[in-house]
Design a binder for this molecule. Structure first.
Ligand code: G
Ligand code: G
Ligand code: MN
Ligand code: NA
Length: 254
Protein backbone atom coordinates (compact mmCIF):
# COMPACT_ATOMS: atom_id res chain seq x y z
CA UNK A 1 0.00 0.00 0.00
CA UNK A 2 2.89 2.33 0.74
CA UNK A 3 4.31 1.85 -2.76
CA UNK A 4 0.84 2.32 -4.21
CA UNK A 5 0.50 5.71 -2.51
CA UNK A 6 4.00 6.70 -3.54
CA UNK A 7 3.18 5.77 -7.13
CA UNK A 8 0.05 7.93 -7.05
CA UNK A 9 2.24 10.76 -5.89
CA UNK A 10 4.84 9.92 -8.55
CA UNK A 11 2.16 10.48 -11.17
CA UNK A 12 0.75 13.68 -9.72
CA UNK A 13 4.21 15.08 -8.93
CA UNK A 14 5.56 14.29 -12.39
CA UNK A 15 8.24 11.84 -11.17
CA UNK A 16 7.90 9.32 -13.99
CA UNK A 17 10.43 9.34 -16.83
CA UNK A 18 10.60 7.58 -20.16
CA UNK A 19 13.83 5.97 -21.34
CA UNK A 20 14.32 4.75 -24.88
CA UNK A 21 16.21 1.66 -25.95
CA UNK A 22 17.42 1.78 -29.58
CA UNK A 23 16.47 -1.07 -31.92
CA UNK A 24 18.66 -1.86 -34.91
CA UNK A 25 18.46 -3.92 -38.07
CA UNK A 26 20.79 -6.91 -37.64
CA UNK A 27 22.00 -7.09 -41.24
CA UNK A 28 23.10 -3.49 -41.69
CA UNK A 29 23.14 -2.03 -38.20
CA UNK A 30 20.64 0.68 -39.21
CA UNK A 31 18.69 2.36 -36.41
CA UNK A 32 15.07 1.25 -36.90
CA UNK A 33 13.26 2.33 -33.75
CA UNK A 34 13.22 2.55 -29.98
CA UNK A 35 11.29 0.96 -27.14
CA UNK A 36 9.94 3.36 -24.52
CA UNK A 37 10.58 2.08 -20.98
CA UNK A 38 9.18 3.78 -17.90
CA UNK A 39 11.30 4.74 -14.88
CA UNK A 40 10.47 6.42 -11.59
CA UNK A 41 12.61 9.23 -10.25
CA UNK A 42 11.72 9.86 -6.59
CA UNK A 43 13.20 13.22 -5.53
CA UNK A 44 16.74 12.85 -4.19
CA UNK A 45 16.78 9.09 -4.72
CA UNK A 46 18.04 6.59 -7.28
CA UNK A 47 16.09 6.02 -10.47
CA UNK A 48 13.69 3.06 -9.99
CA UNK A 49 13.10 0.50 -12.75
CA UNK A 50 9.68 -0.85 -13.79
CA UNK A 51 10.33 -4.26 -12.18
CA UNK A 52 9.92 -2.59 -8.79
CA UNK A 53 6.58 -0.94 -9.49
CA UNK A 54 4.76 -2.02 -12.66
CA UNK A 55 3.38 -5.20 -11.05
CA UNK A 56 2.06 -3.16 -8.12
CA UNK A 57 0.44 -0.70 -10.48
CA UNK A 58 -1.05 -3.64 -12.39
CA UNK A 59 -2.94 -4.77 -9.28
CA UNK A 60 -5.00 -1.57 -9.43
CA UNK A 61 -6.42 1.02 -11.81
CA UNK A 62 -3.19 2.91 -11.35
CA UNK A 63 -1.79 1.00 -14.34
CA UNK A 64 -4.35 2.78 -16.50
CA UNK A 65 -3.13 6.19 -15.38
CA UNK A 66 0.52 5.22 -15.74
CA UNK A 67 -0.16 3.69 -19.15
CA UNK A 68 -1.92 6.88 -20.25
CA UNK A 69 1.02 8.96 -19.14
CA UNK A 70 3.49 6.66 -20.90
CA UNK A 71 1.64 6.70 -24.21
CA UNK A 72 1.13 10.46 -24.20
CA UNK A 73 4.73 11.12 -23.26
CA UNK A 74 6.07 8.71 -25.91
CA UNK A 75 3.92 10.27 -28.65
CA UNK A 76 4.69 13.83 -27.59
CA UNK A 77 8.42 13.12 -27.54
CA UNK A 78 8.35 11.30 -30.88
CA UNK A 79 6.48 14.17 -32.57
CA UNK A 80 8.99 16.64 -31.14
CA UNK A 81 11.90 14.59 -32.48
CA UNK A 82 10.28 14.48 -35.89
CA UNK A 83 9.83 18.25 -35.89
CA UNK A 84 13.57 18.51 -35.25
CA UNK A 85 14.26 16.37 -38.30
CA UNK A 86 15.10 13.25 -36.29
CA UNK A 87 13.23 10.69 -38.32
CA UNK A 88 13.10 7.57 -36.23
CA UNK A 89 11.18 4.90 -38.20
CA UNK A 90 9.15 3.66 -35.21
CA UNK A 91 8.46 3.98 -31.50
CA UNK A 92 7.32 1.00 -29.40
CA UNK A 93 5.24 1.36 -26.26
CA UNK A 94 4.51 -1.40 -23.72
CA UNK A 95 0.85 -1.92 -22.95
CA UNK A 96 -0.23 -3.88 -19.89
CA UNK A 97 -3.03 -6.43 -20.13
CA UNK A 98 -5.23 -4.54 -17.72
CA UNK A 99 -4.84 -1.33 -19.73
CA UNK A 100 -5.62 -3.06 -23.01
CA UNK A 101 -8.69 -4.69 -21.46
CA UNK A 102 -10.34 -1.34 -20.64
CA UNK A 103 -13.34 -0.65 -22.79
CA UNK A 104 -12.06 2.86 -23.53
CA UNK A 105 -8.67 1.65 -24.78
CA UNK A 106 -9.28 2.20 -28.50
CA UNK A 107 -10.90 5.60 -27.92
CA UNK A 108 -8.05 6.58 -25.67
CA UNK A 109 -5.42 5.73 -28.28
CA UNK A 110 -7.34 7.66 -30.93
CA UNK A 111 -7.54 10.66 -28.63
CA UNK A 112 -3.81 10.62 -27.84
CA UNK A 113 -2.92 10.39 -31.54
CA UNK A 114 -5.22 13.34 -32.18
CA UNK A 115 -3.98 15.47 -29.33
CA UNK A 116 -0.28 14.90 -29.92
CA UNK A 117 -0.40 14.95 -33.72
CA UNK A 118 1.22 11.52 -33.75
CA UNK A 119 0.96 9.58 -37.00
CA UNK A 120 -0.28 6.07 -36.09
CA UNK A 121 1.99 4.58 -38.74
CA UNK A 122 4.98 5.18 -36.49
CA UNK A 123 3.46 3.57 -33.42
CA UNK A 124 4.03 -0.03 -32.37
CA UNK A 125 2.31 -1.45 -29.29
CA UNK A 126 3.95 -4.29 -27.35
CA UNK A 127 1.51 -6.61 -25.67
CA UNK A 128 2.29 -9.73 -23.65
CA UNK A 129 1.09 -13.23 -24.29
CA UNK A 130 -0.92 -13.35 -21.09
CA UNK A 131 -3.42 -10.79 -22.33
CA UNK A 132 -4.08 -12.89 -25.39
CA UNK A 133 -5.29 -15.85 -23.39
CA UNK A 134 -8.43 -14.29 -21.98
CA UNK A 135 -11.11 -12.57 -24.05
CA UNK A 136 -9.57 -13.60 -27.34
CA UNK A 137 -12.44 -12.33 -29.47
CA UNK A 138 -12.48 -8.88 -27.89
CA UNK A 139 -8.71 -8.70 -28.08
CA UNK A 140 -8.70 -9.51 -31.77
CA UNK A 141 -11.42 -7.02 -32.60
CA UNK A 142 -9.70 -4.24 -30.64
CA UNK A 143 -6.42 -5.00 -32.35
CA UNK A 144 -8.10 -4.91 -35.73
CA UNK A 145 -9.63 -1.52 -35.01
CA UNK A 146 -6.23 -0.15 -34.08
CA UNK A 147 -4.55 -1.77 -37.06
CA UNK A 148 -6.98 0.07 -39.31
CA UNK A 149 -5.48 3.29 -37.97
CA UNK A 150 -2.02 2.05 -38.97
CA UNK A 151 -0.77 0.89 -35.57
CA UNK A 152 1.40 -2.23 -35.42
CA UNK A 153 1.62 -4.88 -32.71
CA UNK A 154 4.40 -6.96 -31.20
CA UNK A 155 4.06 -9.84 -28.81
CA UNK A 156 6.52 -9.08 -26.03
CA UNK A 157 8.57 -11.66 -24.11
CA UNK A 158 7.49 -14.27 -26.61
CA UNK A 159 7.93 -17.83 -25.41
CA UNK A 160 8.10 -16.93 -21.74
CA UNK A 161 4.37 -16.85 -21.04
CA UNK A 162 1.35 -18.84 -22.05
CA UNK A 163 1.48 -18.57 -25.80
CA UNK A 164 -1.07 -20.59 -27.58
CA UNK A 165 -0.17 -21.28 -31.17
CA UNK A 166 -3.87 -21.59 -31.90
CA UNK A 167 -4.36 -17.92 -31.01
CA UNK A 168 -1.14 -16.82 -32.57
CA UNK A 169 -2.28 -17.71 -36.05
CA UNK A 170 -5.44 -15.65 -35.61
CA UNK A 171 -3.91 -12.56 -34.09
CA UNK A 172 -3.31 -9.52 -36.29
CA UNK A 173 0.24 -9.27 -35.00
CA UNK A 174 3.25 -7.94 -36.93
CA UNK A 175 6.14 -9.01 -34.78
CA UNK A 176 7.38 -11.37 -32.08
CA UNK A 177 9.94 -10.26 -29.53
CA UNK A 178 12.13 -13.13 -28.39
CA UNK A 179 12.37 -13.04 -24.62
CA UNK A 180 15.73 -12.09 -23.17
CA UNK A 181 15.88 -15.33 -21.17
CA UNK A 182 16.34 -17.32 -24.40
CA UNK A 183 18.98 -14.98 -25.81
CA UNK A 184 21.04 -14.74 -22.63
CA UNK A 185 22.73 -18.16 -22.81
CA UNK A 186 23.62 -18.17 -26.50
CA UNK A 187 26.03 -19.82 -27.42
CA UNK A 188 26.26 -22.01 -24.30
CA UNK A 189 22.80 -23.45 -23.99
CA UNK A 190 21.85 -25.63 -26.96
CA UNK A 191 18.24 -25.87 -25.88
CA UNK A 192 17.74 -22.13 -25.73
CA UNK A 193 19.45 -21.82 -29.09
CA UNK A 194 17.05 -24.37 -30.54
CA UNK A 195 14.11 -22.45 -29.10
CA UNK A 196 15.32 -19.16 -30.56
CA UNK A 197 15.87 -20.76 -33.97
CA UNK A 198 12.41 -22.26 -33.87
CA UNK A 199 10.71 -18.99 -32.87
CA UNK A 200 12.47 -17.19 -35.74
CA UNK A 201 11.51 -19.89 -38.25
CA UNK A 202 7.91 -19.98 -37.05
CA UNK A 203 7.64 -16.19 -37.20
CA UNK A 204 8.95 -16.23 -40.77
CA UNK A 205 6.40 -18.83 -41.80
CA UNK A 206 3.60 -16.84 -40.20
CA UNK A 207 4.78 -13.59 -41.79
CA UNK A 208 5.86 -11.88 -38.56
CA UNK A 209 9.14 -10.08 -38.11
CA UNK A 210 11.32 -10.86 -35.09
CA UNK A 211 13.14 -8.63 -32.63
CA UNK A 212 15.59 -10.20 -30.19
CA UNK A 213 15.86 -8.59 -26.78
CA UNK A 214 18.77 -8.50 -24.38
CA UNK A 215 21.54 -8.98 -26.94
CA UNK A 216 24.79 -8.46 -25.05
CA UNK A 217 27.54 -10.14 -27.13
CA UNK A 218 28.78 -10.32 -30.71
CA UNK A 219 28.29 -14.08 -30.66
CA UNK A 220 24.62 -13.63 -29.84
CA UNK A 221 24.25 -11.03 -32.57
CA UNK A 222 25.95 -13.26 -35.17
CA UNK A 223 23.85 -16.25 -34.22
CA UNK A 224 20.64 -14.23 -34.56
CA UNK A 225 21.70 -12.70 -37.86
CA UNK A 226 22.49 -16.09 -39.35
CA UNK A 227 19.19 -17.54 -38.20
CA UNK A 228 17.25 -14.78 -39.96
CA UNK A 229 16.23 -12.60 -37.04
CA UNK A 230 15.55 -9.05 -38.33
CA UNK A 231 15.99 -6.63 -35.43
CA UNK A 232 17.73 -6.52 -32.09
CA UNK A 233 18.09 -4.43 -28.99
CA UNK A 234 20.33 -4.89 -25.98
CA UNK A 235 23.37 -3.68 -24.12
CA UNK A 236 25.65 -4.67 -27.02
CA UNK A 237 24.36 -1.69 -28.96
CA UNK A 238 22.83 0.51 -26.27
CA UNK A 239 21.20 0.48 -22.87
CA UNK A 240 17.92 2.42 -22.51
CA UNK A 241 18.64 6.16 -22.82
CA UNK A 242 17.05 9.30 -21.41
CA UNK A 243 15.15 11.38 -23.97
CA UNK A 244 18.09 13.77 -24.18
CA UNK A 245 20.64 10.97 -24.64
CA UNK A 246 18.35 9.36 -27.24
CA UNK A 247 18.28 12.64 -29.15
CA UNK A 248 22.10 12.61 -29.36
CA UNK A 249 22.04 8.93 -30.28
CA UNK A 250 19.70 9.66 -33.20
CA UNK A 251 21.88 12.57 -34.33
CA UNK A 252 24.76 10.11 -34.59
CA UNK A 253 22.93 7.09 -35.99
CA UNK A 254 20.18 8.34 -38.30
O1 G B 1 13.35 -1.21 -18.56
P1 G B 1 13.30 -2.60 -18.00
O2 G B 1 14.05 -3.66 -18.76
O3 G B 1 13.65 -2.68 -16.56
O4 G B 1 11.74 -3.03 -18.13
C1 G B 1 11.32 -4.21 -17.60
C2 G B 1 9.94 -4.53 -18.09
O5 G B 1 8.99 -3.62 -17.56
C3 G B 1 9.78 -4.43 -19.58
O6 G B 1 10.13 -5.62 -20.22
C4 G B 1 8.31 -4.18 -19.74
O7 G B 1 7.61 -5.39 -19.85
C5 G B 1 7.94 -3.46 -18.46
N1 G B 1 7.74 -2.06 -18.78
C6 G B 1 8.66 -1.11 -19.00
N2 G B 1 8.07 0.07 -19.30
C7 G B 1 6.73 -0.17 -19.29
C8 G B 1 5.58 0.62 -19.54
O8 G B 1 5.65 1.80 -19.87
N3 G B 1 4.36 0.02 -19.42
C9 G B 1 4.24 -1.29 -19.08
N4 G B 1 3.01 -1.80 -18.97
N5 G B 1 5.30 -2.08 -18.85
C10 G B 1 6.53 -1.53 -18.96
O1 G C 1 9.99 -5.07 -22.48
P1 G C 1 10.96 -5.71 -21.56
O2 G C 1 10.39 -6.11 -20.24
O3 G C 1 11.65 -6.90 -22.16
O4 G C 1 12.10 -4.60 -21.34
C1 G C 1 13.44 -4.85 -21.50
C2 G C 1 14.19 -4.64 -20.19
O5 G C 1 15.45 -5.28 -20.26
C3 G C 1 14.48 -3.17 -19.88
O6 G C 1 14.23 -2.91 -18.53
C4 G C 1 15.99 -3.00 -20.15
O7 G C 1 16.58 -2.08 -19.26
C5 G C 1 16.51 -4.38 -19.95
N1 G C 1 17.55 -4.66 -20.89
C6 G C 1 17.65 -4.13 -22.11
N2 G C 1 18.70 -4.63 -22.78
C7 G C 1 19.26 -5.52 -21.95
C8 G C 1 20.39 -6.39 -22.09
O8 G C 1 21.06 -6.46 -23.12
N3 G C 1 20.68 -7.17 -21.03
C9 G C 1 19.96 -7.15 -19.88
N4 G C 1 20.34 -7.95 -18.90
N5 G C 1 18.88 -6.35 -19.72
C10 G C 1 18.54 -5.54 -20.75
MN1 MN D 1 8.85 -4.65 -24.15
NA1 NA E 1 10.25 -7.73 -23.29
Amino acid sequence: LRVYNQLREALSENQLRLYYQPQHLLKTGELMGAEALVRWQPPGKMLVGPHSFIHIAEESELIWDIGCWVLQEACKTFVKWQSEGLRLPEISVNISARQFAQEEFVDFITEVLDKTGMDAGYLNLEITESMLVSHVETTISKMNELKKLGIRFSIDDFGAGYSSLAYLKRLPVDELKVDRSFVRDIPHDRRNMAIVETIIAMAQHLGFSVTAEGVETHQQRDFLTHRGCLFYQGFLVSKPLSAEAMRHYMQEHL
